[in-house]
Design a protein around this ligand. Structure first.
Ligand code: ZN
Length: 251
């Protein structure tokens, strides 16, 4: 018989708090083992009389009252190893089309002739810039004597004794702070601008346009670097040194 209280009334007085409930509860033995484990965990919490509260899990064993979007995302996503060259590709004031093209290259997705030949054996694999060796990423950046010359013309003054034209070494250099912050920025930018322009010249030649000589291509990249440095000059002391540094190394 449900009596006068009705079906939903459990007979708990209105002023019966959660803390009081905890105080009054006694440990029980259950037939289902998981419930015994729950009892065990509850007993480990001790005899706290505080009210229950909701907590957010930030990481294993770490709970806080404040919600963190990034920590929650970290727990939901599948983690991959950190890419060690991302700072050399994605940096403040980079030009998106340059950064994207470098990213594609480093991911091994640039459609150079060595890759095209896997699809179609009849294509001509010879590099259109030097007309000597087979085209591949390593060749274009910068084993090719044409593109290496453009790169050397641009940054030999900046890199001095540390000059290299090996892409793997260059990526390693630009992925962490280099000599000074502004020189790091210039070298990162110069590398992306040169790679993009070399690839653009390669495509132009493939489509039958008149080849540009070394000096014209060097001047074109140089102009784009200057325009960038002019554009960011007003953004604080950091970039003000940029043009002076660049002109100083180009003498
Ligand atoms: Zn070549």
């Amino acid at each position: 018989m449900l009596g006068e209280r009705g079906p939903l009334d459990l007979g708990i007085p209105d002023n019966y708090s959660v803390a009081e409930a905890k105080r009054n509860r006694r440990r029980r033995n259950h037939r289902v083992d998981i419930l015994n484990q729950v009892e065990e965990e509850i007993s480990k919490l001790g005899n706290h009389q505080d009210e229950d509260m909701a907590l957010w899990k930030l990481s294993a064993g770490n709970y806080r009252a404040n919600f963190s979007t990034s920590k929650t995302w970290d727990q939901l996503r599948e983690k991959k190893p950190t890419c060690d060259w991302h700072k050399g590709v994605w940096f403040s004031q980079s030009t998106p089309k340059y950064a994207f093209m470098m990213w594609i290259t480093l991911r091994g997705r640039l459609q150079t002739m060595d890759k095209m030949r896997q699809w179609n054996n009849s294509v001509n694999p010879v590099c259109v810039l030097c007309d000597e060796a087979s085209e591949s990423c390593a060749h274009l950046f910068f084993e090719c004597k044409y593109s290496e010359r453009v790169w050397r013309n641009l940054v030999e003054g900046l890199m001095q004794g540390g000059y290299t034209a090996v892409l793997r070494e260059l990526v390693e250099i630009v992925s962490k702070p280099w000599l000074t912050p502004i020189k790091t920025f210039i070298l990162r930018y110069a590398l992306q601008a040169t790679m993009h322009t070399v690839w653009w010249e390669r495509n132009a030649r493939k489509h039958g346009e008149r080849p540009r000589d070394l000096d014209s291509l060097t001047k074109l990249v140089d102009k784009n670097i200057r325009l960038k440095l002019l554009a960011v000059k007003g953004r604080g002391n950091f970039y003000t040194e940029g043009l002076i540094t660049w002109f100083g190394t180009r003498a």
